[in-house]
Ligand binder design. Structure first.
Ligand SMILES: Cc1cc2nc3c(=O)[nH]c(=O)nc-3n(C[C@H](O)[C@H](O)[C@H](O)COP(=O)(O)OP(=O)(O)OC[C@H]3O[C@@H](n4cnc5c(N)ncnc54)[C@H](O)[C@@H]3O)c2cc1C
Length: 464
């Protein structure tokens, strides 16, 4: 029986030999640059790995993984650190930051892209748009392509084109035994299945390839209403979602912005209930589709034709690192009673401190899925997520309590599994994957990483 690799720290001589053998950089506690290198995008997360490696290439990753194996070190791959709050403590662990591996290639003729492990979404969406193509990116431009896609990847085109994980055609991955392999339909199909929505459990992805879609412009925007109208607007949005085609992906949301100067005046210190939507079609049809919501009389209306890369501004995600805590889950259904319960937990009278409570409309192509993967489709019609800013421990405690209240409130409608990417607080893989996926992923983990060398968000334990 395999035992997990023990957490440890390499000797100074061994660190020196790793430094010598790779083009990238190596930091240990006390080194100038260590504190900057250990910082995740989520500033609430305080990571203290025993060694940090910043590889420049896949070859560097191979050498690093072989070094870690020889040293008995566990390895935590990380791109931006947007998902860092889902990780276990990194004490005694190697943090492998892929930030310097940023090459992106767009192949217009095959409508595919290849992105190295450290690429952020804007580095794909902007060059893809030059060819009239769009990727299945998420709401924020600076989220990592690999981490997002490995966890499913639900963006503004999802109801029409599915989860990003379902569009993955190949990955280049360094397995825990230090081999660089290409997993595609013909080679290592189990590895490909595992990374399509099962997270980074089975190796270090060095590059990912995926399908792009012909999209130049969309009709998209936000309707802002005063927070006091939360029940009325969210009920209307819920009913509206049942009427729209899969070309429409939308979010019903309650927002409470703090009074901070980084925000534009029209948002700073303000509270809203909003509907955000993107329609894959023209302005005339789009305006007709959103007419029932527009007739409610929003105080601000930003709907317009926009180029595909501008979708990443629609959700108003913070453009720079912030401290935050959040959690979310899928819903099996969203009856009117669920809206009432959600408004009671996060609406104007709730006392909730959550910056954002959002309900995303799923379904459409998201529930179909064609490629096959650990979570390359979602069989749930809605997803709910609450998040707050956590500048200090007291705020963090309040946010966690507000999120708990929200999730307890929706318990009657909660699906059997949560969303890998937006379940940010402690949860192992069995909480974020459907049961049959979880069982198969355990078998694959046992074949590739029985010693649990890879430290991943939402870890899966190998089958014994
Ligand atoms: C502001 C914001 C907006 C978001 N919007 C969306 C959204 O619209 N839709 C959505 O689905 N999700 C969304 N997310 C969630 C996001 O997709 C996850 O946090 C995701 O894990 C981020 O990936 P990353 O690479 O940026 O983060 P990281 O923290 O760097 O990576 C997260 C995890 O991915 C794995 N991983 C990363 N790189 C590798 C690698 N090279 N090899 C193997 N495993 C790896 C690791 O397990 C790692 O812990 C959002 C998050 C934030 C903070």
């Amino acid at each position: 029986m395999h035992q997990p690799v023990l957490a440890t720290s390499p000797t100074p001589t061994d660190v020196a030999s790793l430094r010598y053998s790779i083009a990238g950089d190596v930091y240990v506690p006390g080194d100038a640059g260590y504190d900057e290198a250990r910082q995740a995008w989520n500033l609430y997360v305080d990571q203290h790995p025993s060694v940090i490696v910043m590889p420049e290439s896949a070859i560097d990753v191979v050498k690093t993984v072989r070094f870690a194996r020889a040293e008995g070190l566990r390895v935590a791959p990380q791109g931006t650190g947007h998902g860092a709050s889902s990780l276990e403590s990194l004490e005694g662990t190697m943090l492998l930051k892929t930030t310097r591996m940023r090459r992106v290639d767009i192949y217009p003729s095959s409508r595919t892209a290849r992105a190295e492990a450290g690429a952020e979404w804007h580095e794909v969406t902007i060059p893809a748009a030059e060819h009239g193509l769009a990727a299945l990116a998420g709401s924020a431009a600076d989220v990592g392509v690999v981490g997002y896609t490995l966890g499913g990847g639900m963006g503004w085109l999802a109801r029409r084109h599915g989860l990003a994980a379902d569009s993955v055609t190949a990955v280049e991955i360094v397995t825990p035994d230090g081999r660089l392999v290409r997993a595609d339909a013909d080679n290592e199909p189990d590895l490909l299945w595992a990374v399509r929505g099962g997270g980074g459990q089975v190796g270090i992805v060095t590059a990912i390839e995926f399908t792009l879609y012909p999209v130049r412009e969309l009709y998209a925007g936000t309707l802002f209403f005063p927070i006091e109208r939360s029940a009325e607007v969210l009920h209307a949005w819920r009913e509206w979602t049942a009427t729209v085609p899969e070309e429409v992906t939308s979010v019903g949301r309650i927002l409470q912005f703090p009074p901070i100067p980084d925000l534009p005046d029209f948002l700073s210190g303000k509270r809203f209930v909003v509907v955000e939507a993107a329609y894959l079609g023209d302005e005339f049809e789009g305006a007709e589709l959103i007419r029932p919501l527009r007739e409610l009389g929003p105080e601000m209306d930003t709907f317009a034709m926009i180029p595909a890369p501008a979708l990443q501004e629609l959700h108003m995600d913070p453009p720079q690192p912030v401290p935050g805590q959040g959690d979310g889950t899928f819903l099996n259904e969203l009856p009117a009673a669920a809206i009432d319960a959600i408004v009671a937990a996060a609406g104007p009278e709730s006392g909730s401190s959550l910056l954002s409570m959002e309900i995303r409309h799923c379904g459409g192509a998201m529930s179909a899925g064609t490629a096959g993967g650990a979570q390359s489709k979602i069989d749930a019609p809605f997803m709910i997520f609450g998040v707050g800013l956590t500048m200090n421990e007291e705020m963090a405690e309040t946010v966690r309590s507000n999120v708990r209240v929200l999730l307890n409130t929706i318990a009657p409608w909660r699906a059997d599994f949560d969303y890998y990417n937006l379940r940010e607080m402690d949860a192992e893989a069995d909480a974020v994957l459907p049961a049959d996926s979880y069982r198969r992923l355990r078998e694959i983990k046992a074949r590739y990483d029985a010693g649990e060398m890879i430290v991943s968000a939402h870890p899966v334990r190998p089958a014994r």
